[in-house]
Design a binder for this molecule. Structure first.
Ligand code: PLP
Length: 409
């Protein structure tokens, strides 16, 4: 195995069921990672698995660009319905999140005939050559692997815990910066996560996304929302953009869309989506039919009455629990998040990022049977991504494991 792959928790998994992973030695872990927000309906979601098995029996691959099949069109139709924005939309499917981000950028560049890409600090968008240039962190993504792609312009994110600023003010400063270092007329697109995941579950202050959007609109810059981690119900809404009245031109979905099968998508304004000629997007495995069958079932469940209300209730229970942990444990500087995406920022006595505390608490939590994810550009944020339908009992157990782990620290 290449040294470039490194597990968060090196236990080998034998079985996943709902929100519990069992390793080959029979140890159980409450899964607050979901493979970074992928198995959002829980491991082994019966209806999604059944749909995938049924499709596997019919055919596993033809490639939509060779001989099409209906489930690809159905996923596109559903994404057109559930993504933000009341306008004519189209969709292109791919396999991974990074690939879909690249597709979105290609579409924006073809549509605008411009090259520049604006991104924000602490963002993460993937590990392909173009997307690693968009990422905030050089190590481990882009350092030492050759020249980084050009025409990428970075502005500060809105990070209320750290900057204490009004979101619109942060956006205005970013806009002034972009005007200087790029010029609006050079920018094809802005790529932004409505809530940053890898960056540490950073929820922007009100006004940040809206102000950026307004400026992009009035300057012909395509707004691309990277909802790879936040989309498909993760934050208690189908897309996190909805929390902010943010209406991107293109929305990128991936991770949770197909219950663990690799499907990703760009969905957005028809005129932008049609800017690349036939054959210009797609790849051998794009929109795999088994993944599409699962995706149709995942989206159906997300839209069931009461489903997202339950995810919001999970968010409230977690927030209440995390607030009480924060009151008891000084190492917790901030606890924040929406729905089933929560972050706990760990700090030292000076309020600086405390990655050592993360390492110790996450190890201690794993020893007690809870899997949590790292986050934050300094690896100092506990990132919690439970299933969107996890039980109250498991949430409470996870919170008490965290409490014990913080106490041990
Ligand atoms: N964008 C965001 C916000 C992500 O969280 C991720 C993955 O963690 C990606 C892009 C990249 O997706 P993938 O790993 O499927 O290429």
């Amino acid at each position: 195995m290449s040294a470039a792959v490194s597990p968060v928790l090196p236990v080998y998994i034998a079985r996943g069921e709902g929100s519990v992973l069992t390793d080959v030695d029979g140890n159980e872990f409450i899964d607050f990672g979901c493979g970074i927000g992928v198995t959002s309906l829980g491991h082994g979601n019966p209806a999604a698995i059944e749909a995938a098995i049924a499709q596997t029996g019919r055919f596993t691959h033809t490639l939509f660009g060779v001989t099409p099949y209906e489930s690809y069109v159905e996923v596109a139709r559903l994404l057109g319905e559930i993504t933000p924005g009341e306008f004519a939309k189209k969709t292109v499917l791919s396999s991974t999140g990074a690939e879909a981000i690249e597709n979105a950028i290609k579409l924006a560049r073809a549509h605008t005939r411009r090259n520049g890409i604006a991104v924000v600090d602490h963002g993460y968008h993937g590990r392909t050559n173009l997307t690693l240039g968009l990422n905030y962190k050089a190590v481990p993504y882009s350092s030492g692997v050759g020249p980084r792609p050009g025409e990428i312009y970075r502005i500060a994110n809105s990070y209320p815990y750290r900057d204490g600023l009004d979101g619109a003010e942060v956006a205005r400063r970013g806009i002034a910066h972009l005007a200087k270092i790029s010029g609006a007329e050079n920018l094809a697109c802005l790529v932004v996560e409505p809530i940053q995941g890898e960056g540490g579950v950073v929820v922007p202050a009100p006004g940040f996304l809206e102000t950026l959007q307004e400026w992009c609109r009035s300057n012909g810059i395509v707004v691309i929302a990277d909802e790879i981690q936040t989309g498909l119900g993760r934050t208690g809404k189908l897309y996190a953009s909805e929390h902010f009245g943010f209406v991107p031109d293109l929305v990128v979905s991936a991770k949770a869309i197909a219950a663990g099968f690799p499907v990703s998508a760009v969905t957005g304004r028809s005129d932008i989506m049609d800017s690349i000629p036939a054959g210009g997007l797609s790849g051998t495995f794009s929109g795999n039919p088994v993944g599409c069958a699962a995706a149709v079932e995942v989206i159906r469940q997300l839209r069931e009455p009461g489903f997202l209300a339950r995810t919001q209730a999970i968010g409230e229970r977690l927030r209440a629990g995390l607030a009480s942990l924060q009151a008891r444990h000084g190492v917790i500087g901030d606890a924040r998040g929406l729905g089933a995406l929560q972050g706990v920022e760990l700090v030292d006595r000076d309020g600086d990022p405390n990655p050592e505390a993360f390492r110790r608490v996450s190890k201690s939590a794993a020893d007690r049977g809870l899997l949590v994810m790292p986050g934050g550009s300094d690896g100092h944020v506990l990132r919690l991504l439970p299933a969107l339908n996890i039980s109250d009992a498991l949430i409470d157990e996870a919170l008490s494991i965290l409490d014990a782990s913080f106490a041990a620290l």
